[in-house]
Design a protein around this ligand. Structure first.
Ligand code: SIN
Ligand code: FE2
Length: 217
């Protein structure tokens, strides 16, 4: 495979750093593409705007979300699920930009998961104080595909747990441009994000963005 997908060679320091069997962080892998990713996020959220979803139990999530690609992840009183249309607009989710797919495929390949083609990209927007509690990504039909998670903007502390909610948690600081990939024995590990600290990032301003690529269907 030609890894020089974007014209620029991937950063030399992007060699996978293991978090647990099957899970890796790839520091700075998305750095060179970050301005283009951010521009695409603006286009996507013009069509499918940021919104705060509610958990099935009725709690408003502190993270604002949107999606792109054939399937989008949503949550409401009827539960967590993927659907082809945006409940806010009734229209299909915006298409997944080519640079998103290329980055996700490259990151998965670097982590030992060749041939990953996402059909869903959940886009998370954290303002200071927003957090995501420990959860498993388990609304996908097939767990053979990995999860690819790209961080932009303000840093955050990622919590990397085990297969049980009560298992010990590793804390990993994620910076702008970092990518985390988990699959295989790590696919159903609990993970979360601690409350984002106030700050300003030159690209994104006062927020953290996370792109989570999945094979949903
Ligand atoms: C998620 O698990 O959906 C988000 C993870 C992150 O924001 O880093
Ligand atoms: Fe998740």
């Amino acid at each position: 495979m030609n890894l020089d997908l974007f014209g620029d060679p991937p950063p030399a320091d992007a060699s996978p750093h293991p978090l647990s069997p099957g899970a890796f962080s790839l520091e700075g892998l998305a750095l060179a593409q970050a301005p283009r990713l951010w521009a695409e996020i603006q286009n996507i959220t013009c069509i499918s705007p940021w919104r705060h979803l509610h958990t099935p139990g009725g709690l408003k999530m502190s993270v604002a979300m949107s999606n792109c690609g054939p399937w989008g992840w949503v949550s409401d009183a009827s539960g967590y699920r993927y659907q082809r249309t945006d409940p806010l607009t009734g229209a299909a989710w915006p298409a997944m930009p080519g640079i998103f797919t290329e980055l996700a495929t490259l990151a998965a390949e670097r982590a030992g998961y060749p041939g990953f083609v996402p059909d869903a990209c959940l886009i998370n927007h954290y303002t200071p104080g927003a957090r995501m509690s420990l959860h498993q990504d388990k609304n996908e039909l097939d767990y053979r595909a990995p999860i690819v998670s790209v961080s932009l903007g303000l840093p955050a502390v990622f919590e990397w747990g085990g297969l049980q909610r009560s298992d010990p948690v590793q804390r990993v600081r994620l910076h702008h441009g970092d990518v985390v990939v988990w699959g295989g024995p790590a696919r159903l590990r609990f993970h979360g994000v601690q409350a984002v600290e106030p700050g300003h990032h030159p690209l994104t301003g006062a927020c953290r963005i996370n792109l989570t690529f999945r094979t949903a269907a």
